[in-house]
Design a protein around this ligand. Structure first.
Ligand SMILES: [Zn+2]
Length: 198
């Protein structure tokens, strides 16, 4: 049995995805052997993530400031919006390095079975932004809820912004998989093979 200070740390690590008992023990023991300054930095980083991190007021991506780095970047096309379910999808897409426009995070997908309705998502804001855009790329997952959401958004956007091009990424994503599980090649393919919703 570990002293309770270590035991508490083990339990904290265990709450992370993909960390089992053995790994949590290894992490906790290695923290106990770290230089005091290192431990302090670590604790501070954990705390900062909670206190400093917020959602970008424009696109909903994670950010330390009111507007995220992508929205603030003048070198990116602000006429092209890539619509995703969560900030994780933004990170995956940015890793692929193929996309030069901006994003919009919906914060989920429409799912009648889970009680998620359009008004629960960041859809009004998307329509508002789309009014000043040339293209909206729908990149919700290829699950039934993801497809329903894409169809709903396509109809709504074409109604509200008749001149807007609405596209859907190609189905190169794993069946039922979320965007953040797809590898970078798949994402690049899915982007370059997107098609018009019409
Ligand atoms: Zn942003």
């Amino acid at each position: 049995m570990y002293p309770s200070s270590i035991q508490k740390l083990i339990e904290s690590f265990r709450s992370l995805p993909g960390v089992g008992e053995k790994t949590a023990e290894r992490y906790a023991l290695s923290v106990s052997e770290m230089e005091p300054e290192k431990v302090e930095q670590f604790a501070l980083a954990l705390n900062d993530v909670r206190t400093k991190l917020k959602r970008c007021s424009v696109c909903g991506n994670l950010s330390d400031q009111d507007e995220c780095e992508i929205c603030r970047n003048p070198d990116r096309s602000h006429k092209q919006i890539f619509v995703v379910q969560s900030p994780k999808d933004v990170i995956a897409m940015e890793k692929a390095g193929e996309y030069r426009g901006v994003y919009h995070v919906l914060n989920g997908v429409i799912s009648p079975s889970k009680g998620v309705m359009p008004e629960d998502l960041e859809i009004d804001k998307l329509v508002e932004r789309a009014a000043n855009c040339e293209e909206v790329i729908l990149a919700t997952s290829n699950t039934m809820d993801g497809e329903t959401t894409a169809m709903y958004l396509d109809r709504l956007l074409r109604e509200q912004c008749p001149d807007l091009l609405v596209t859907r990424i190609a189905h190169g994503l794993p069946a039922g998989g979320l965007l953040d599980y797809a590898d970078e090649m798949t994402l690049a393919y899915a982007l370059s093979n997107r098609r018009s919703m019409k």
